[in-house]
Design a protein around this ligand. Sequence first.
Ligand SMILES: Nc1ncnc2c1ncn2[C@@H]1O[C@H](COP(=O)(O)OP(=O)(O)OP(=O)(O)O)[C@@H](O)[C@H]1O
Ligand SMILES: [Mg+2]
Length: 210
Amino acid sequence: MLELKNITYQPQTGRKIILDDVNLTIKDNEIILICGKSGSGKTTLIEIISGLTDPQRGQIIWKDKVISSRQRRWLCGLVFQFPERFFLGATIGKELKFGHKSIKEIKIRNILNKVGLSNINLTTPPEKLSGGQQRRLAVAVQLLRNPNIILLDEPTAGLDWSMKNDVKDLILRLSDENSIIVVTHEPELFKDLTSRKFLLTTGKLKKFGG
Ligand SMILES: Nc1ncnc2c1ncn2[C@@H]1O[C@H](COP(=O)(O)OP(=O)(O)OP(=O)(O)O)[C@@H](O)[C@H]1O
Ligand SMILES: [Mg+2]
């Protein structure tokens, strides 16, 4: 279980408090949704959880221990919004091998199976994949790091309807082994996966709906 206690964040360069005493608990294998207007601080919140940013105040607790940003980076796999823009590898194989030089092909195949890319040719350039397949590849990159918590920033943005459903099915499958935090503008798409929805507004995180 991951707990956020009294998280407050104000960027060094900004006057506005982005997160104001945010509290949240995420259980193992749970899927939660975070919604909110553009600029409300959703990306900031998941960057803090993932250890890319430190809050000014508050604690993040994992299995009853306060964890540092470094520990959070190990614990979390963050998939940015439009992750396909950040692919670096000339091929799918190379993309997956970044930071895992001696990884065995069997492990790569195992992860690709998990994200529904089982028969893919590893020498294909990532940009040859469909939009939904690219999102799944970005998830595979994170799964190779074996995270406990997966955070997805607008995973269905810019996808057509059938690809949105593919990504949604993947999220459901990932929750067999991980806790999942999904930032989304379309909570209704995920309504059969979870009823734990939160709205971020003027720095406050509030439960809403179901
Ligand atoms: N380093 C920074 N310095 C100053 N302001 C910042 C900084 N980082 C983020 N902000 C501000 O924090 C607020 C929240 O940004 P954030 O990207 O978290 O919003 P968001 O909810 O993810 O928006 P969107 O839905 O558009 O992705 C914005 O008003 C942004 O301008
Ligand atoms: Mg954002």
